[in-house]
Design a protein around this ligand. Structure first.
Ligand code: GRG
Ligand code: ZN
Length: 311
């Protein structure tokens, strides 16, 4: 199957008005849904498809008094949505519209004694929140405001004997959490502290005979792991350990030929989350090079953006 570029652009354009689940109307994660959409557009070199001033107006309205951003207007702030908001502003080159100190303070106050991060004031701890904090502070050039040493120590404690990473120490290894760990460590220059061969082995075991990758043993293949797992393999320079042609075919087979968009796997309903990670993975896999902007595996933004920010 070929890459259905125009269909996907149509799919994204329709998200603006759609009331379907997983559209922008999905109330509680609208901020992240917009990040998934505009990053897809940036990879396809079509950032202008959505109204930039509308998006920015909405994002700025999601900021809470404590500096963090919510998933929608008047929703409680959370690190997940704060990262999405910063990524959107970074992509549009509009970081000058926010007060960095407020956001830096918000993030740094969520770091705990052992180096981990809470997602918000309610206190759930997860390696995802380490990644969000580290990515945000790196974009804002303020990594010195947290305890980097203990942040690295905590992430190391999340690596299991099988080589994979879990959300907390002694949890189950998961492909998406490997991305959070490795992305954080690469940004912090801490990759030397972990066993990359063991990790690479566990990650490459994620490819199934059908070509797609799963997130953990015994689970089904899913397009989003094409990003989580492949970006990780790329960061540890072991992406040759999987079969790229088979993975490309799997992603292309998960496209919705009628309405556009990419689903988790063939036959399922497409959504903007899997559309981004499918498109980002195709870019990283070098599929039709002239059709895709290059993506930075550390940040899941185009290298055009991360280079401009000197990251
Ligand atoms: C900037 C790209 C980017 C990300 C920011 C939010 C975030 C950092 C990462 C999210 C990572 C993620 C999706 C974690 C999910 C972890 C997990 C244990 C998922 C299990 O989900 P199931 O059981 O899926 O629905 P499987 O595929 O395991 O059956
Ligand atoms: Zn998925």
């Amino acid at each position: 199957m070929t890459f259905l570029r125009n269909k996907h652009l149509e799919f994204i354009k329709n998200l603006e008005n759609s009331t379907e689940k997983e559209s922008f109307a999905t109330e509680h994660l609208k901020t992240s849904a917009i990040y998934w959409a505009i990053t897809t557009l940036d990879i396809l070199d079509c950032l202008d498809l959505l109204d930039q001033s509308e998006v920015i107006k909405f994002i700025l309205a999601c900021q809470a008094d404590n500096g963090g951003f919510g998933g929608n207007i008047d929703h409680d702030p959370h690190l997940l949505y704060t990262l999405s908001a910063i990524q959107i502003l970074a992509t549009y080159d509009k970081l000058d519209l926010i007060e960095p100190e407020k956001i830096i303070n918000y993030v740094k106050n969520l770091q705990t004694e052992d180096g981990s991060f809470k997602g918000d004031e309610w206190g759930e701890i997860d390696i995802r929140f380490s990644y969000c904090s580290i990515s945000i502070l790196s974009i804002l050039k303020s990594l010195d405001s947290i305890n980097v040493k203990s942040a690295i120590q905590y992430i190391r404690r999340c690596q299991n004997f099988d080589g994979g990473f879990a959300s907390v120490p002694d949890g189950e290894s998961h492909g998406a959490l490997c991305f959070c760990a490795v992305g954080s460590l690469v940004i912090l220059n801490g990759l030397d502290y972990i066993d990359c061969d063991k990790l690479g082995w566990w990650l490459s075991e994620r490819q199934l005979p059908i070509g797609g990758l799963n997130g953990r043993p015994e689970k089904l293949q899913d397009v989003c792991y094409s990003w989580w797992v492949l970006s990780c393999l790329r960061m540890i320079e072991r992406d040759s350990w999987i079969n790229k042609e088979q993975l490309i075919s799997f992603i292309l087979s998960s496209q919705d030929t009628e309405y556009g968009g990419i689903a988790d796997r063939q036959g399922d309903i497409p959504d903007i989350f899997h559309t981004l990670f499918g498109v980002a993975a195709l870019s990283m896999l070098g599929h039709n090079k002239n059709e895709f902007e290059e993506v930075d595996p550390r940040y899941c933004m185009t290298t055009r953006v991360t280079k401009r920010l000197d990251l």
